[in-house]
Design a protein around this ligand. Structure first.
Ligand code: OZZ
Ligand code: MG
Length: 206
């Protein structure tokens, strides 16, 4: 994937990095990026929220990191959490190739350990936007952790990938039944396939 970016994308041009990855994953080797179909929904929710402090759980190779960071207003920041050092190393290079390294802080480690440290380490008061795309059995745990750490504020938008495929049933049940969230489903398809998948957008009501 990284080679495809270096070969086919233009340095400093995030859109060309996104297109190079999508082309590679559609034609050469599938990979678990949010992809271009769900990516358009991510773009529109992001543009609507226009966050100054954004969090991504699950960097993987940095595809959605680039999609998010390219739409941030000047001075806004994205913190992205990655557990696997090999993925983090690739993501750093892809983020840098897109020229977005100044907007992105990639933190390596398990989300459960890092979330409670984000305030003291990065001076984050709270997040306006959270993109959940890491281990599906961590979505609910980490959402509750973000609540408990006071990192969500009234109006914070959580956007969760893969709520249908592979699926995050407990998370969905929670955000759809809790009085603290206003939740809605954006139907789409699993990246680079015709299978159904979708994004769940949940607004924290405080
Ligand atoms: O399993 C999926 N995603 C798991 C992602 C996990 C990523 O999150 C990181 N992480 C970061 C911090 C942690 O604490 C834990 C993991 C892991 O190191 C990995 O980089 C998935 C699967 C399919 N699929 O079709 O099968 C489609 C998708 O869109 C998916 O997202
Ligand atoms: Mg995903």
């Amino acid at each position: 994937m990284l080679k495809a970016v270096q070969k086919n994308a233009t340095k400093g041009d995030p859109q060309s990095v996104i297109s190079a990855i999508d082309h590679y994953c559609r034609n050469k080797e599938w990979a678990m990026n949010v992809g271009d179909d769900k990516g358009l929904i991510l773009d529109s929710v992001l543009t609507e929220v226009n966050p100054s402090a954004a969090l991504e759980l699950g960097t993987y190779c940095g595809y959605s990191t680039v999609r998010i960071a390219r739409l941030l207003s000047p001075g806004s920041k994205l913190i992205t959490v990655e557990f696997n050092p090999a993925f983090a190393a690739v993501a750093r290079q892809i983020i840098a190739y897109a020229g977005l390294q100044d907007k992105v802080t990639l933190v390596e480690g398990p989300s459960g350990d890092l979330i409670p440290k984000l305030r003291e380490r990065f001076g984050v008061k709270s997040f306006d936007f959270v993109f959940l795309d890491h281990w599906k059995d961590r979505y609910l745990l980490d959402t509750k952790l973000l609540e408990d750490c006071g990192l969500l504020q009234k109006g914070t938008v959580l956007l969760a990938d893969n709520v249908i495929c592979p699926g995050t049933p407990e998370y969905l049940k929670y955000v759809r039944s809790s009085p603290r969230y206003e939740s809605r489903y954006y139907k789409s398809n699993l990246e680079y396939t015709k299978l159904e998948d979708g994004l769940e957008k949940s607004v924290f009501l405080g």
